[in-house]
Write a protein that binds this ligand. Sequence first.
Ligand code: NAP
Ligand code: FE
Length: 366
Amino acid sequence: MRNLFFNPVKIISGAGCVRDFDGYADLGSRCLIVCGRSSARLSGALDDLTGALSKAGVKASVFDRVEENPTVETCHAAGEAAREAGAQFIIGVGGGSPLDAAKAAAAFAANPHLKPEELYDGEHKSDPLPIIAIPTTAGTGSEVTPYSVLTVHSISNKKTFKTPKIYPKVALLDAAYTVTLPQSITAATAADALSHAVEGYFAKVANPVSDALAEKAMFYVGRGLRALNDGRLDSSLREKLLIGSTIAGLVISVTGTSFVHSTGYPLTYFEGVSHGAANAYFLADYVGYMSSVAPEREAKVYRICGVRSNDEFRELISAAVPPALRFDRDTAVKYARIGAEGRSAKNSVFEPSIDDVYLMFKRYIK
Ligand code: NAP
Ligand code: FE
């Protein structure tokens, strides 16, 4: 017996869907909107949402202090804000950072005595508040995953809070909100989505359902990246890119991520490299490593993404790769160890050694 697929999120997509969605009041009469400092307003999502909530008779408060790679403490503060506002549900608006913060905030809101450091301590007394997710980046797929990836300073790394109870009830996808993204973030977040699809495709637990989703996600995101590189990412391709990233989220909701992500986390924590860009450093090398264990799949990744070789694949994601890293060999070895020893690194059909991961770093060190 084998569990192939489960995902409980209602996914609604299309222009104006945040304004048109008629289910807000089903979750309660008061909510807390959790977002970053600027993106929810800049993208137009917050205006659409507050208008729709007011029409539905739902009172909304806003917590707009979520930073990139949010800390557990920020999520705890958002949980307190939710309780103070008497919120019965939480709406996350933004990139993966606000969406992940919304999920942890939902757990803190429902559990007044839960301290920040206790988030990861097994079952909580009460279930998290229900969550609606509105992405403004096409990247993380957090709107359909049971994960909240948070910065935990006591372990000097990021740590995933994971429970089926934080699957959002509804994901509302309107690609118009991604138009205000700077090109570099569009590229980096797309590389994150591609990384989810690819890591899921090479996961030990990949199955025919996750494979079908991964292939579709690679196709959409690969096309989106090509269009971005050629300066022709129009609204229809943006929509595909966003749906592609959501589909890639469905993939990792089954397979999890693996060593591209575990290797990227120390770069984000210690060097401040954005999540998508950190993945972009390693993604092409990761696919290349598969030639020794899964050559047919490796070739299929290239074909689906519309490229002919590892070099062309590297070129496809090049806009997402930030400038060269500047640290010494010892630091690289330290990060390589964190990456190779991360639990999720073992999810992959190719299990990297520290040397393999170090070689991935070496390419970019100046
Ligand atoms: P992000 O950290 O949410 O946002 C990056 C930057 O983009 C922020 O400055 C943000 O502004 C800005 N931004 C977002 N949307 C915008 C828009 N439409 N227009 C203009 N600027 C916009 O980036 P992300 O890559 O989407 O999320 C990364 C986080 O998600 C990481 O913490 C990562 O670990 C996590 N993640 C989670 C999962 C999961 O399954 N839960 C999967 C992968 C990654 P503001 O600060 O104003 O918001
Ligand atoms: Fe990711």
